[in-house]
Design a protein around this ligand. Sequence first.
Ligand code: SF4
Length: 345
Amino acid sequence: MKLQKVSLRNNMVSVPKTIRVSIGSAMVLGLLKGKLDAVPTTAYLMTYRKGKCVANCGFCPQARTSHGRADMLSRISWPFFPTESVLDGIEKTVREGKMKRVCLQALNYPEVFQHLACLVDAIHKKTDVPISVSCQPLNSDNTRFLAEAGVERIGIPLDAATEELFDEVKGSSAGGPYSWKKQFELLDEAVKIFGRGRVSTHLIVGLGESEREIVRLVQQCFDMGVLPALFAFTPISGTALERMPQPSIQKYRRIQIARHLIVHGTAKYESMQFDGKEGISDFGVGKRALLQIVRTGEPFLTSGCPDCNRPYYNEKPSGPMYNYPRGLAEKEFSSVIHELGLSGE
Ligand code: SF4
Protein backbone atom coordinates (compact mmCIF):
# COMPACT_ATOMS: atom_id res chain seq x y z
CA MET A 1 0.00 0.00 0.00
CA LYS A 2 1.19 3.51 -0.72
CA LEU A 3 0.96 5.82 2.31
CA GLN A 4 -1.00 8.91 1.40
CA LYS A 5 -1.01 12.50 2.44
CA VAL A 6 -4.20 13.26 4.31
CA SER A 7 -5.81 16.67 4.50
CA LEU A 8 -6.81 17.37 8.10
CA ARG A 9 -8.28 20.75 8.92
CA ASN A 10 -6.46 22.24 5.93
CA ASN A 11 -3.05 20.94 7.00
CA MET A 12 -1.33 18.50 4.70
CA VAL A 13 0.32 15.95 6.95
CA SER A 14 1.70 12.54 6.11
CA VAL A 15 1.06 9.25 7.83
CA PRO A 16 4.19 8.70 9.97
CA LYS A 17 6.45 6.24 8.13
CA THR A 18 7.46 4.47 11.33
CA ILE A 19 5.53 3.30 14.35
CA ARG A 20 6.34 1.43 17.55
CA VAL A 21 4.57 -1.86 18.27
CA SER A 22 4.57 -3.71 21.62
CA ILE A 23 6.72 -6.80 21.30
CA GLY A 24 3.80 -9.22 21.87
CA SER A 25 1.61 -7.41 19.32
CA ALA A 26 4.50 -7.46 16.83
CA MET A 27 4.60 -11.26 17.07
CA VAL A 28 0.86 -11.60 16.47
CA LEU A 29 1.06 -9.14 13.56
CA GLY A 30 3.76 -11.32 11.97
CA LEU A 31 6.48 -8.66 12.32
CA LEU A 32 8.64 -10.68 14.73
CA LYS A 33 9.01 -14.35 15.49
CA GLY A 34 8.77 -15.74 19.01
CA LYS A 35 6.68 -17.72 21.44
CA LEU A 36 4.04 -15.98 23.52
CA ASP A 37 2.90 -17.08 26.93
CA ALA A 38 -0.27 -14.99 26.63
CA VAL A 39 -1.45 -13.66 23.28
CA PRO A 40 -2.62 -10.02 23.04
CA THR A 41 -6.10 -9.59 21.53
CA THR A 42 -5.53 -5.85 20.96
CA ALA A 43 -2.73 -4.50 18.76
CA TYR A 44 -0.79 -2.05 20.93
CA LEU A 45 0.94 0.67 18.91
CA MET A 46 2.84 3.75 20.07
CA THR A 47 3.72 6.90 18.13
CA TYR A 48 7.38 7.04 17.14
CA ARG A 49 9.62 10.08 17.32
CA LYS A 50 13.35 10.54 17.61
CA GLY A 51 13.24 12.61 20.81
CA LYS A 52 11.40 11.87 24.02
CA CYS A 53 7.98 13.06 25.19
CA VAL A 54 7.72 16.76 26.08
CA ALA A 55 6.11 15.75 29.41
CA ASN A 56 8.01 14.40 32.38
CA CYS A 57 5.98 11.74 34.21
CA GLY A 58 8.14 10.22 36.96
CA PHE A 59 7.27 6.59 36.20
CA CYS A 60 7.75 6.77 32.43
CA PRO A 61 10.87 5.88 30.42
CA GLN A 62 9.57 8.15 27.62
CA ALA A 63 9.67 11.20 29.95
CA ARG A 64 11.76 14.22 28.89
CA THR A 65 14.45 13.81 31.58
CA SER A 66 14.31 10.03 31.90
CA HIS A 67 17.47 8.07 31.09
CA GLY A 68 15.37 4.99 30.41
CA ARG A 69 15.39 3.16 27.10
CA ALA A 70 13.37 4.99 24.45
CA ASP A 71 11.84 1.73 23.25
CA MET A 72 10.24 1.00 26.64
CA LEU A 73 6.84 1.76 28.11
CA SER A 74 6.18 0.14 31.48
CA ARG A 75 7.91 -3.31 31.37
CA ILE A 76 7.33 -3.77 27.67
CA SER A 77 9.71 -3.09 24.80
CA TRP A 78 8.27 -1.41 21.70
CA PRO A 79 10.49 -1.91 18.65
CA PHE A 80 9.65 0.24 15.63
CA PHE A 81 8.57 -0.93 12.19
CA PRO A 82 7.56 0.59 8.87
CA THR A 83 3.93 1.73 9.24
CA GLU A 84 2.97 0.00 5.98
CA SER A 85 3.98 -3.44 7.35
CA VAL A 86 2.10 -2.79 10.59
CA LEU A 87 -1.06 -1.79 8.70
CA ASP A 88 -0.83 -4.94 6.57
CA GLY A 89 -0.43 -7.05 9.72
CA ILE A 90 -3.47 -5.39 11.31
CA GLU A 91 -5.62 -6.00 8.24
CA LYS A 92 -4.67 -9.68 8.14
CA THR A 93 -5.01 -10.44 11.85
CA VAL A 94 -8.33 -8.59 12.16
CA ARG A 95 -9.63 -10.60 9.17
CA GLU A 96 -8.48 -13.81 10.88
CA GLY A 97 -10.17 -12.81 14.15
CA LYS A 98 -6.85 -12.64 16.06
CA MET A 99 -6.90 -8.89 16.75
CA LYS A 100 -10.12 -7.28 17.90
CA ARG A 101 -9.02 -3.72 18.62
CA VAL A 102 -6.14 -1.33 17.99
CA CYS A 103 -4.82 0.79 20.87
CA LEU A 104 -2.75 3.79 19.82
CA GLN A 105 -0.64 5.22 22.64
CA ALA A 106 0.73 8.67 22.09
CA LEU A 107 3.67 10.61 23.41
CA ASN A 108 3.10 14.32 23.88
CA TYR A 109 4.71 16.40 21.08
CA PRO A 110 3.46 19.20 18.83
CA GLU A 111 2.23 17.22 15.79
CA VAL A 112 0.85 14.27 17.70
CA PHE A 113 -2.87 14.85 17.00
CA GLN A 114 -2.34 15.08 13.28
CA HIS A 115 -0.20 11.94 13.37
CA LEU A 116 -2.91 10.12 15.32
CA ALA A 117 -5.67 11.21 12.93
CA CYS A 118 -3.58 10.13 9.91
CA LEU A 119 -2.90 6.74 11.50
CA VAL A 120 -6.59 6.21 12.33
CA ASP A 121 -7.50 7.10 8.76
CA ALA A 122 -4.85 4.74 7.34
CA ILE A 123 -6.00 1.85 9.58
CA HIS A 124 -9.64 2.41 8.63
CA LYS A 125 -8.76 2.34 4.94
CA LYS A 126 -7.70 -1.28 5.59
CA THR A 127 -10.21 -2.49 8.17
CA ASP A 128 -13.05 -1.17 10.34
CA VAL A 129 -11.45 -2.46 13.58
CA PRO A 130 -12.37 -0.29 16.61
CA ILE A 131 -9.55 2.05 17.63
CA SER A 132 -8.78 3.37 21.11
CA VAL A 133 -6.37 6.24 21.60
CA SER A 134 -4.55 6.94 24.84
CA CYS A 135 -3.24 10.48 24.68
CA GLN A 136 -3.02 13.87 26.30
CA PRO A 137 -5.37 16.38 24.66
CA LEU A 138 -4.58 20.03 25.35
CA ASN A 139 -8.18 21.14 24.84
CA SER A 140 -11.58 19.88 23.70
CA ASP A 141 -10.72 20.69 20.06
CA ASN A 142 -8.03 17.99 20.15
CA THR A 143 -10.57 15.52 21.56
CA ARG A 144 -13.24 16.41 18.97
CA PHE A 145 -10.63 16.16 16.22
CA LEU A 146 -9.92 12.53 17.21
CA ALA A 147 -13.62 11.67 17.40
CA GLU A 148 -14.13 13.11 13.92
CA ALA A 149 -11.13 11.13 12.67
CA GLY A 150 -12.94 7.89 13.65
CA VAL A 151 -11.48 7.04 17.07
CA GLU A 152 -13.97 4.86 18.99
CA ARG A 153 -12.71 5.39 22.55
CA ILE A 154 -10.29 7.78 24.20
CA GLY A 155 -8.14 7.36 27.32
CA ILE A 156 -6.88 10.41 29.20
CA PRO A 157 -4.65 9.32 32.08
CA LEU A 158 -4.96 10.60 35.63
CA ASP A 159 -2.39 8.04 36.81
CA ALA A 160 -2.22 9.39 40.40
CA ALA A 161 -5.04 9.11 42.94
CA THR A 162 -4.81 12.56 44.54
CA GLU A 163 -4.06 16.10 43.44
CA GLU A 164 -0.83 16.19 45.52
CA LEU A 165 0.50 12.93 44.07
CA PHE A 166 -0.52 14.01 40.57
CA ASP A 167 1.46 17.22 40.95
CA GLU A 168 4.50 15.37 42.32
CA VAL A 169 4.50 12.67 39.68
CA LYS A 170 3.40 14.44 36.48
CA GLY A 171 2.44 18.03 37.26
CA SER A 172 4.49 21.16 37.78
CA SER A 173 6.58 19.71 40.66
CA ALA A 174 7.75 17.00 38.24
CA GLY A 175 8.52 19.57 35.56
CA GLY A 176 5.48 18.38 33.58
CA PRO A 177 2.74 20.39 31.83
CA TYR A 178 -0.31 18.71 33.41
CA SER A 179 -2.70 19.86 36.10
CA TRP A 180 -5.23 17.82 38.06
CA LYS A 181 -8.04 20.31 37.53
CA LYS A 182 -7.46 20.53 33.78
CA GLN A 183 -7.32 16.75 33.50
CA PHE A 184 -10.84 16.52 34.98
CA GLU A 185 -12.10 19.22 32.62
CA LEU A 186 -10.67 17.26 29.67
CA LEU A 187 -12.24 14.03 30.90
CA ASP A 188 -15.59 15.76 31.34
CA GLU A 189 -15.45 17.25 27.83
CA ALA A 190 -14.39 13.88 26.40
CA VAL A 191 -17.49 12.23 27.92
CA LYS A 192 -19.64 14.86 26.19
CA ILE A 193 -17.92 14.14 22.86
CA PHE A 194 -17.46 10.33 23.00
CA GLY A 195 -20.30 9.41 25.36
CA ARG A 196 -20.43 7.80 28.83
CA GLY A 197 -18.31 4.65 29.12
CA ARG A 198 -16.28 5.46 25.98
CA VAL A 199 -13.74 7.49 27.90
CA SER A 200 -11.18 5.76 30.10
CA THR A 201 -8.50 6.84 32.50
CA HIS A 202 -5.48 4.98 33.83
CA LEU A 203 -4.94 4.81 37.58
CA ILE A 204 -1.61 3.55 38.90
CA VAL A 205 -1.73 1.77 42.25
CA GLY A 206 1.41 2.25 44.34
CA LEU A 207 2.34 5.91 43.92
CA GLY A 208 1.84 6.57 47.63
CA GLU A 209 -1.96 6.73 47.80
CA SER A 210 -4.17 5.04 50.40
CA GLU A 211 -6.78 2.47 49.42
CA ARG A 212 -9.49 4.93 50.44
CA GLU A 213 -8.09 7.63 48.14
CA ILE A 214 -7.93 5.46 45.05
CA VAL A 215 -11.32 3.82 45.65
CA ARG A 216 -12.89 7.26 46.10
CA LEU A 217 -11.37 8.31 42.78
CA VAL A 218 -12.65 5.14 41.05
CA GLN A 219 -16.16 6.09 42.21
CA GLN A 220 -15.71 9.71 41.10
CA CYS A 221 -14.59 8.59 37.62
CA PHE A 222 -17.43 6.09 37.30
CA ASP A 223 -19.99 8.72 38.35
CA MET A 224 -18.77 11.08 35.63
CA GLY A 225 -18.99 8.37 32.94
CA VAL A 226 -15.26 7.60 32.83
CA LEU A 227 -14.06 3.98 32.99
CA PRO A 228 -11.02 3.63 35.28
CA ALA A 229 -8.38 1.01 34.34
CA LEU A 230 -5.94 -0.19 36.99
CA PHE A 231 -2.20 -0.54 36.64
CA ALA A 232 0.37 -1.58 39.24
CA PHE A 233 3.26 0.85 39.59
CA THR A 234 6.31 -0.69 37.92
CA PRO A 235 9.77 0.81 38.60
CA ILE A 236 11.72 1.24 35.36
CA SER A 237 15.44 1.85 35.31
CA GLY A 238 16.39 5.43 34.36
CA THR A 239 13.09 6.99 35.50
CA ALA A 240 12.66 9.38 38.44
CA LEU A 241 10.78 6.69 40.38
CA GLU A 242 13.15 3.82 39.56
CA ARG A 243 13.74 3.06 43.25
CA MET A 244 10.12 2.95 44.36
CA PRO A 245 8.75 -0.56 45.12
CA GLN A 246 5.71 -2.13 43.45
CA PRO A 247 2.51 -2.18 45.53
CA SER A 248 1.73 -5.24 47.64
CA ILE A 249 -0.40 -7.78 45.83
CA GLN A 250 -2.85 -7.76 48.77
CA LYS A 251 -3.51 -4.01 48.36
CA TYR A 252 -3.84 -4.42 44.59
CA ARG A 253 -6.36 -7.27 44.93
CA ARG A 254 -8.53 -5.24 47.33
CA ILE A 255 -8.55 -2.30 44.92
CA GLN A 256 -9.38 -4.61 41.99
CA ILE A 257 -12.41 -5.93 43.91
CA ALA A 258 -13.55 -2.42 44.87
CA ARG A 259 -13.21 -1.25 41.25
CA HIS A 260 -15.15 -4.26 39.98
CA LEU A 261 -17.98 -3.66 42.47
CA ILE A 262 -18.16 0.05 41.59
CA VAL A 263 -18.07 -0.24 37.78
CA HIS A 264 -20.71 -2.99 37.88
CA GLY A 265 -22.94 -0.94 40.18
CA THR A 266 -22.81 -3.68 42.88
CA ALA A 267 -21.46 -1.39 45.63
CA LYS A 268 -20.40 2.21 46.05
CA TYR A 269 -17.42 3.84 47.71
CA GLU A 270 -19.87 5.33 50.21
CA SER A 271 -21.00 1.85 51.33
CA MET A 272 -17.43 0.55 51.85
CA GLN A 273 -15.55 0.80 55.12
CA PHE A 274 -11.92 1.61 55.78
CA ASP A 275 -9.65 0.89 58.73
CA GLY A 276 -7.37 3.23 60.70
CA LYS A 277 -4.73 3.01 57.95
CA GLU A 278 -7.31 3.88 55.26
CA GLY A 279 -7.27 0.29 53.97
CA ILE A 280 -10.53 -1.36 52.84
CA SER A 281 -12.06 -3.31 55.73
CA ASP A 282 -15.52 -3.94 54.26
CA PHE A 283 -16.51 -3.92 50.59
CA GLY A 284 -20.16 -3.12 51.29
CA VAL A 285 -21.41 -6.52 50.11
CA GLY A 286 -21.91 -9.65 52.21
CA LYS A 287 -19.11 -12.23 52.47
CA ARG A 288 -21.06 -14.76 50.41
CA ALA A 289 -21.60 -12.30 47.56
CA LEU A 290 -17.94 -11.29 47.80
CA LEU A 291 -16.75 -14.89 47.44
CA GLN A 292 -19.06 -15.44 44.47
CA ILE A 293 -17.58 -12.39 42.74
CA VAL A 294 -14.04 -13.50 43.56
CA ARG A 295 -14.76 -16.94 42.08
CA THR A 296 -15.74 -15.42 38.73
CA GLY A 297 -12.11 -14.25 38.46
CA GLU A 298 -13.30 -11.15 36.61
CA PRO A 299 -12.01 -8.51 39.05
CA PHE A 300 -8.45 -9.75 38.48
CA LEU A 301 -8.39 -9.56 34.69
CA THR A 302 -6.76 -6.65 32.88
CA SER A 303 -9.15 -3.68 33.00
CA GLY A 304 -9.66 -1.18 30.19
CA CYS A 305 -11.35 -1.13 26.80
CA PRO A 306 -13.22 -4.22 25.51
CA ASP A 307 -10.76 -6.92 24.30
CA CYS A 308 -7.77 -5.27 25.99
CA ASN A 309 -5.69 -7.89 27.83
CA ARG A 310 -2.24 -6.18 27.83
CA PRO A 311 -0.18 -9.28 28.79
CA TYR A 312 2.74 -8.71 31.16
CA TYR A 313 2.52 -4.95 31.09
CA ASN A 314 3.13 -4.70 34.85
CA GLU A 315 4.12 -8.29 35.58
CA LYS A 316 7.29 -10.30 35.35
CA PRO A 317 6.35 -13.75 33.97
CA SER A 318 7.48 -15.06 37.41
CA GLY A 319 4.82 -12.87 39.12
CA PRO A 320 3.19 -11.37 41.04
CA MET A 321 0.37 -11.40 38.51
CA TYR A 322 -1.35 -8.08 39.15
CA ASN A 323 -3.58 -8.23 36.04
CA TYR A 324 -4.37 -11.58 34.45
CA PRO A 325 -4.48 -11.46 30.64
CA ARG A 326 -6.84 -14.50 30.49
CA GLY A 327 -9.16 -16.46 32.78
CA LEU A 328 -7.59 -17.77 36.01
CA ALA A 329 -6.50 -21.41 36.42
CA GLU A 330 -7.69 -23.29 39.54
CA LYS A 331 -4.32 -22.80 41.28
CA GLU A 332 -4.47 -19.06 40.58
CA PHE A 333 -7.93 -18.83 42.20
CA SER A 334 -6.48 -20.35 45.36
CA SER A 335 -3.67 -17.76 45.37
CA VAL A 336 -6.10 -14.88 44.90
CA ILE A 337 -8.34 -16.14 47.72
CA HIS A 338 -5.27 -16.42 49.94
CA GLU A 339 -4.05 -12.92 48.96
CA LEU A 340 -7.45 -11.52 49.92
CA GLY A 341 -7.35 -13.32 53.29
CA LEU A 342 -10.54 -15.25 52.44
CA SER A 343 -9.03 -18.74 52.76
CA GLY A 344 -10.97 -19.61 55.90
CA GLU A 345 -14.36 -18.43 54.54
S1 SF4 B 1 2.71 11.95 28.78
FE1 SF4 B 1 2.76 9.71 28.52
S2 SF4 B 1 4.57 9.26 27.26
FE2 SF4 B 1 4.77 11.38 28.04
S3 SF4 B 1 6.01 11.19 29.92
FE3 SF4 B 1 3.84 11.13 30.54
S4 SF4 B 1 3.30 8.92 30.57
FE4 SF4 B 1 5.24 9.13 29.39
